[in-house]
Design a protein around this ligand. Structure first.
Ligand code: ZN
Length: 584
């Protein structure tokens, strides 16, 4: 029997695999009801999904994929069951390393751009599963700290696509061991789903005698999404609703535990017993963080949710205005920074990832600056640099060979910030870009531009909306900067001193003429410091791509050394940034 089933699956896949376009359909709308049964680690879901044909061909076959620990129960169109074949599909997009794929024969062909609504039902278990990590050699003890998703009676936390397909997705297979394949598939999925509508109603209904837990998912800008329902006799029922419209960069997720509710103002704070000091760090950091965010970005408008982990070693997870992070340790600095990040999300909704996440990470850096000075902030920002440095060096090198941006794009290299769904770009590179903009235009102009930002106006009608806001506030042309850093990926600048000429006036005043050269294809305004006998002076100069720029600086003594770039401009090569000036 087992042998027969294996045969069915093999025949099934080879029969269908030939013409299967797994990414032909985009799921534009989710309306799901998910029932949780933690004692059994079970989940049962029913609801509707709307599929739009985004391919150029009419489609009669659709595929829907859920985690391999879940099983399809029913798929209907217009109230009538439609034929489908269910098969396992190997993919590292799910923590189990595989998906349960339904290959559905639709009642009629769906033309390009047309949609079809499917009523679906599926159920199964979501236990802890580290397969996709352990099979590429990650030790199980380490794997469980990052692959922590599970439904469990004592602590439940589950993240969506990219971690656990607890709702249907439509993707090509992703492979952890093949370079960036997994991230490419996940980024492509997120980009396709960014404009989709997602509504999730979570219900817990059981007859457990334990304390009533708190059930939570992220919140959209509209309202709260935390449920702590009452015991109704022996049966308890808990329900929360989460909706995201549009989904943007959010990965739908939920958590459930016997949390202590320490919510205050816009902060919904849920800690676990024994973590009182860690939770207090958040409560205490709320006022200064709110004051800082309000001063820079405006008053927070939507609640933020911060929830604790049972395992203190679990890697934190952030999505939209939900942060799950361990409160086992009392870390006031980290609590402040985490709060600033989430409060910026609350203040500034945007469906542009580089604006939404980039500004939140930039805010962390300026908060750090407020507490520890510019160098502390640059060190903090420096932690982001390694995330994109290697891939950007590659882009720089390829562009230098003269293949052009199209050539680089064809080689699948680099990502324009304006459109990317790659986290390393929209978080780490974007944080630097906002920091450089702030250095260029100053706090007041940038604050003014940010406060005028409206997500609804940041649409394709004016693709240079953000640039225009900042230009108007700063009264400065920034088109070259946005072109090199936001609209295109031109790699990183590479700055060096090309030549210096120290000289003295007739009245014995010391001057130096400095020429800086940018060997890269992205321009930058860079700070440089001249050390001279008895002091130093820092100036800034705009050096466009593959160009030089010259300036004259008055000094208090004989110049000795020039250091370009204090770390605020990401560069492909930092080994040529110190220039020793020969003695006169
Ligand atoms: Zn964020």
């Amino acid at each position: 029997m087992k042998f027969l089933c294996v045969l069915c699956v093999l025949c099934g896949s080879s029969f269908f695999a030939a013409g299967l376009e797994r990414e032909a359909f985009t799921i534009t709308k989710y309306d799901l009801e998910v029932r949780l049964d933690p004692d059994q680690q079970r989940l049962g879901a029913r609801g509707k999904v709307t599929l739009r044909n985004d391919s150029s061909q009419p489609q009669k076959i659709a595929t829907l994929q859920i985690s391999s620990s879940l099983n399809w129960r029913s798929i209907q169109v217009d109230g009538k069951p439609v034929p489908y074949v269910s098969q396992p599909y190997t993919s590292d997009i799910d923590h189990t390393g595989a998906l349960s794929e339904a290959i559905i024969t639709l009642p009629a062909e769906i033309k390009p751009k047309d949609s079809v609504e499917l009523e679906i039902g599926y159920e199964g278990v979501i236990p802890l599963d580290t397969t996709r990590l352990t099979r590429v050699g990650v030790p199980p003890d380490i794997a469980r700290h990052s692959s922590w998703d599970q439904i469990h009676p004592s602590f439940t936390a589950v993240r969506g696509a990219g971690y656990v397909a607890f709702y249907p997705i439509t993707t090509e297979s992703a492979d952890f061991s093949e370079g960036n394949s997994l991230f490419e598939v996940v980024d492509r999925w997120k980009a396709r789903e960014a404009a989709s509508e997602f509504k999730l109603v979570l219900t817990l209904q059981d007859s457990s005698s334990r304390r009533t837990p708190t059930l939570l998912c992220g919140a959209d800008a509209g309202g709260s999404s935390v449920g702590a329902g009452a015991d109704a006799g022996k049966e308890r029922r808990l329900q929360v609703e989460c909706s995201w419209n549009p989904l943007a960069t959010v990965t739908p997720a939920f958590a459930m535990a016997e949390y202590v509710d320490e919510s205050k103002g816009p902060l919904k704070l849920f800690s676990l017993p024994g973590h009182e000091a860690g939770a207090a760090a958040y409560s205490n950091a709320l006022d200064p963080a709110t004051k800082f965010v309000t001063g820079w970005f405006g008053p927070p408008s939507a609640p933020i949710v911060i929830a604790d982990f049972a395992d203190p070693n679990s890697a934190p997870f952030e999505s939209g205005t939900l942060l799950i992070a361990s409160m086992a340790a009392q870390d006031s600095k980290l609590a402040g920074i985490n709060l600033v990040h989430e409060l910026v999300h609350s203040t500034l909704p945007s469906s542009r990832p580089w604006v939404y996440e980039g500004l939140a990470h930039f805010a962390e850096a300026i908060y750090r600056e407020q507490q520890g000075g510019r160098q502390a902030a640059l060190d903090f920002l420096g932690l982001h640099r390694s995330a994109f440095l290697d891939s950007e060096k590659e882009v720089s090198a390829t562009l230098q060979k003269g293949v052009g941006e199209k050539g680089a794009a064809q080689r699948n290299m680099g990502q324009p910030l304006a459109t990317t769904f790659d986290e390393t770009y929209y978080r780490s590179k974007a944080a630097y870009v906002w920091w450089m903009l702030r250095d260029m235009v100053g706090d007041d102009a940038l604050k003014q531009a940010i406060r005028q930002y409206r997500a609804a106006d940041d649409n394709n009608k004016d693709s240079k909306y953000v640039e225009h806001l900042i230009e108007a506030a700063a009264k400065r042309d920034l088109d070259w900067f946005f072109d090199d850093w936001v609209y295109q990926d031109r790699g990183l600048p590479d700055l060096r001193v090309q030549s210096v000429h120290p000289w003295k006036t007739e009245k014995d005043v010391q001057f130096i003429t400095v020429t800086l050269e940018n060997l890269g294809i992205a321009g930058a305004e860079v700070p440089f410091t001249i050390m001279f006998e008895g002091g130093e002076i820092t100036k800034r100069m705009e050096v466009r791509a593959r160009s030089t720029a010259t300036t004259r600086v008055e000094l208090g003594g004989v110049p000795k050394k020039i250091v370009i770039n204090d770390g605020s401009v990401p560069e492909s090569d930092l080994t040529n940034n110190v220039f020793m000036i020969p003695p006169p």
